[in-house]
Design a protein around this ligand. Structure first.
Ligand code: NAD
Length: 436
């Protein structure tokens, strides 16, 4: 067991020597699913009551989080099963309103675990703060002065966050850029800060702000913006998996997936949708853990366009055995301290279910889910088309609406899908026939 310190007190986090392979999880009742998870992760009665509380966020807490609050809004909170990262099994909570996403993640994680599972790695949690300096007369002199004062500037930045420094993080380096713009040439300073377990925006913004007067004095210029960059290309995560051709239906499917990926990598119209599929998984885990998902999205799309052409975040290829190899590398600025990560009770619970006690670990789980999600979409697209899976889920909703319960649900779904007429009147007719 690992211990996570949260505002709600200490949470015991399971160290994870269990199997996340839960066969037929989607067919179980909600109670059965909770008990399956509780078997693997030590859920307390309080955790279980949070899960059934309609979103877990107290209105008084919500009222303190943002402005003008009049209510709260809940999302479905599901758990993707079958994930194995670096030899360790993980259950992955996902908050999302779109059907098929959790199912696809679980299915693809199952195919990936038939190989060696997903291998992940990450850099340190370094974020970039930007300081924009205008009206610099002598760039060479200004840059030399900044270079000479580098250690003092880093020291000054670190004085703003003794907690971060005490845990081993803090400002690490300063880099200088000359930027030609429509409004003339400007000097841009990058402050590199290791944010450890925090997403880091507040920490980095504070540091940039405090450096401004010193920077003005050293450069003779005028500081305008002092703000974090969401292009977190110093905080990268890589997830990689090999999927056996047999698991996908043969080498021709592998070839088609590679061609589908190449289309996305070459064409921004396709890349936008391809990357959106990746973000289905990424944002769902980010939401479940109360991350700033706008920061993650901004970073992802900027990274996808880093060579001046918007392309695929992932890369799919065929190896010598004819198996499919997928790699997803992207920035992942997430935290398990700070922001809303400690105020939302569901976020703490999500981390506990995931067995996460470090921001880097969370970042790796998120990118692994993005990779699985990407494969789910590509496989569906090259095979039966994306609507097929959606229609099964739609059929499920229809038969439940038509009054099917228990075992009857699956039988009614089968019959409805077979009929080829996935409509409510047809669902009613089938449920009536099967009941009678
Ligand atoms: P924060 O300031 O709430 O918490 C981070 C602080 O926690 C650190 O500075 C450190 O002092 C402390 N800390 C304690 N234990 C730590 C550990 N183990 N590792 C690291 N720090 C530890 O939050 P933040 O992460 O600096 O900022 C995140 C918030 O900023 C989010 O809510 C985000 O929405 C918001 N924000 C984002 C942007 C942007 O992305 N452009 C801009 C402004 C604000």
């Amino acid at each position: 067991m690992l211990t996570l310190h949260t505002k709600q007190g200490e949470i015991e986090v399971d160290s994870g020597d269990f199997s996340s392979r839960i066969s037929g999880f989607y067919r179980k009742s909600r109670e059965e699913r909770i008990s399956d998870i509780a078997e693997r992760v030590d859920l307390t009665p309080e955790d279980i009551s949070i899960l059934g509380s309609g979103g877990g966020l107290d209105i008084e807490v919500a009222d303190r989080m943002i402005e003008n609050v009049i209510g709260t809004m809940a999302y479905p909170f599901g758990v993707a099963v079958n994930f194995r990262l670096n030899g360790r099994d993980r259950l992955v909570p996902m908050a999302i309103e779109e059907p098929s996403v959790v199912a696809a993640a679980s299915n693809m994680a199952r195919l990936m675990r038939e190989g060696d599972g997903i291998k992940t790695s990450s850099t340190e949690g370094v974020m970039i703060g930007q300081i924009q300096v205008l009206d610099v007369e002598d760039f060479e002199k200004a840059m030399a002065a900044l270079g000479a004062a580098k250690d003092d500037l880093i020291e000054l930045a670190n004085q703003q966050d003794p907690v971060l420094v005490r845990f081993g993080g803090g400002a690490r380096d300063i880099q200088l850029r000359e930027l030609e713009t429509e409004a003339g040439k400007m000097l841009v300073i990058h402050l590199l800060v290791d944010c450890l377990d925090a997403m880091g925006a507040n920490a980095v913004n504070t540091m940039c702000e405090v450096l401004a007067p010193e920077v003005e004095e050293l450069t003779g210029g005028r500081v305008l913006l002092r703000i974090i960059s969401n292009l977190a290309d110093r905080r990268l995560v890589r997830a990689e998996a090999v999927v056996k051709k047999e698991s996908l239906g043969g080498e021709n499917v592998v070839d088609d997936i590679v061609s589908a990926w190449a289309f996305a990598d070459a064409d921004p119209y396709r890349a936008a949708t391809h990357n959106k599929g990746i973000m289905n998984g990424v944002v769902a885990v980010a939401l479940a853990t109360s991350q700033d998902h706008r920061a993650i999205e901004a970073g992802a799309h900027a990274y996808a366009a880093r060579y001046g052409h918007y392309g695929s975040l992932s890369r799919w290829s065929k190896n010598g055995d004819g198996d499919l190899v997928g790699v997803l590398e992207m920035p992942m600025a997430v935290g398990i301290v700070g922001g809303a990560t400690r105020t939302h009770p569901m976020a703490g619970l999500a981390l506990k279910i995931m067995g996460v006690s470090k921001a880097r670990d969370l970042a790796e789980v998120i990118v692994a889910v993005g990779l699985a999600q990407n494969l789910g979409a590509l496989r569906a697209l090259v095979q039966e088309g994306i609507q097929h899976g959606h229609m099964r889920l739609h059929a499920r909703n229809l038969v439940v609406m038509a009054g099917a319960e228990g075992d009857l649900v699956d039988r009614a779904v089968e019959a409805l899908v077979e009929s080829g007429e996935i409509r409510f009147d047809k669902a009613q007719e089938i449920v009536k026939r099967l009941k009678g």
